[in-house]
Design a protein around this ligand. Structure first.
Ligand code: ATP
Ligand code: MG
Length: 454
């Protein structure tokens, strides 16, 4: 059987036989361009025959990790290169096989992986490693998350490892993001973590331990402090961007995700061209191909065409610009939320909002949230500024005789204001507003009547 039998990822083989019962139930009776959609999902574990290029990296990882099979400690590794260039893929594919072979020989080799992106401190990283080890070994975590020192967590980690394994590689993904709470004088948390873990074999633990760090930052080693650098002292394994031809080949190797002849001729070249243009990231190329298939399905089409790819690509771009909204300050988010609500709750399909209506609505929202209220002018500056992110345009208008004359701004959203509101509600400070929709609608209607608009 395949190497994925012992892994926790989705299992994928070459034929429909490999579908789980659940997948068969889910797919049965629904017309779809997909035969095995898993194959174009980002985290699916793939077999060697689907890996394109990367022979050098594979060989290097194999020759280093296979030391485990002679019960030697593998050297520390640093895998670096841009996103989606196969770092995790190559490392995991080799580590999984080594683990299987060692297990058969009665030698327990484990990899403990953490992604540092969401970890804010050294303490959280060590706790995450304890949790990984406990989970892998089916043991209790055995240490509190809060209120105990980091060194107590290290102790628990080393106890778990000593009991459960003969050899372990710590896989520190996105290591450069583990900065920790830095005071100006202190080193980033990753320096400390790498230093401790790469010395563990010498000082704290009987089994063999090494460290594999994965990063997008080619300069990573320059940021390590001297003592971490010298105890880590890794073997470098660089990964480079894929070009359009390599991306095409990667996608061709997954064509059997689709039913026969479901992909029209131009689909893979176009998908690869889009992906190569903006990044050379295989994950994005695969995502785009899957999305094109989803678009075809949504339209009830049984072939995927160039147009589906273009539509999927537009969606990806929309999503990116909505992401920018997430980075706004709370005041700007409230201002945008008020304006989007006025547009959304206007005439059906309406995309416009007058500043005369939106400002009092903003005032209502700041009351609800117990936030500071800014002046009308500041409010308008905020909303206009969001326009520079491509969400909306504005036009200056005159009230004429109404309301004693004066000027106001008419905002026009370039995309569904409801979608923008939903995106803003992902911020927990804003999420509360979704519970005040009735009140919000009443305020909007009252304000509209006030200004005799609709
Ligand atoms: N050479 C390749 N052949 C086939 N598929 C690939 C190849 N490289 C990457 N992929 C696929 O692209 C996706 C992303 O790859 P991977 O997770 O290894 O990227 P990464 O370099 O670890 O990126 P990141 O820095 O974002 O973690 C995976 O679904 C993987 O299967
Ligand atoms: Mg990765």
């Amino acid at each position: 059987m395949t190497d994925s039998d012992h892994s926790s990822g989705n299992n994928v083989g070459d034929t429909d036989d490999s579908l789980t019962v659940r997948e068969m139930i889910e797919q049965a009776g629904e017309e779809s361009v997909f035969r095995n959609r898993n194959l174009v999902e980002p985290d699916t574990i793939i077999d060697r025959d689907r890996i394109v290029g990367r022979d050098d990296q594979l060989r290097t990882v194999v020759s280093n990790l296979r030391k485990v099979l002679n019960e030697n400690r593998p050297p520390n590794l640093l895998l670096y290169g841009p996103a989606g260039t196969g770092k995790s893929l190559i490392f995991d594919a080799v580590a999984r096989q080594i683990r299987d072979i060692s297990k058969n020989r009665g030698y327990e080799f484990g990899t403990l992986r953490i992604n540092c992106q969401n970890l804010r401190s050294l303490d959280e990283a060590v706790y995450a490693l304890v949790r990984e080890a406990a989970h892998d070994l089916n043991e209790e975590i055995g240490v509190a998350r809060h209120g105990v020192s980091t060194s107590t967590k290290y102790d628990r980690l080393y106890d778990l490892l000593d009991e459960g394994y003969d050899s372990v590689v710590f896989v520190l993904d996105e290591i450069d993001l583990l900065l920790g709470r830095r005071s100006s004088s202190s080193e980033p948390a990753y320096s400390d973590l790498i230093y401790q873990l790469s010395r563990a074999s010498i000082e704290s633990i009987d089994i063999q331990v090494s460290v594999a760090a994965l990063t997008n930052d080619p300069e990573f080693m320059n940021n390590l402090d001297a003592r971490a650098e010298s105890s880590f002292n890794p073997r470098d394994i660089p990964f480079s961007d894929y070009d359009a031809n390599q991306l095409q080949e990667i996608l061709r190797n997954r064509e059997d995700a689709f039913i026969q002849d479901a992909l029209s001729e131009d689909v893979i070249p176009l998908t690869s061209a889009f992906a190569a243009q903006s990044h050379g990231d295989a994950r994005k190329a695969i995502d785009l191909l899957r999305k094109a298939g989803d678009v075809a399905n949504e339209n009830g089409d049984l072939t995927v065409t160039e147009n589906h790819v273009r539509e999927a690509q537009e969606d990806v771009e929309t999503d990116r610009s909505l992401k920018l909204v997430e980075g706004l300050t709370t005041q700007k988010k409230i201002s945008l939320y008020a304006t989007a609500a006025v547009a959304e709750f206007g005439k059906s399909g309406s995309t416009t909002a007058s500043s005369r209506v939106a400002f009092p609505v903003y005032q209502f929202l700041t009351d609800v949230l117990d936030a500071d209220g800014r002046t009308r002018e500041t409010f308008n500056n905020y909303v206009r500024e969001v326009g520079t992110y491509g969400q909306l345009d504005h036009e200056r208008k005159s009230l004429g005789g109404k309301q004693g004359g004066g000027m106001y701004l008419m905002y026009e959203f370039k995309r569904d204001p409801g979608e923008i509101k939903k995106r803003l509600e992902q911020d927990e400070r804003i999420a509360d507003l979704s519970h005040h929709e009735d009140g919000l609608k009443r305020v909007i209607q009252a304000q509209k009547r006030n200004f005799a608009e609709n």
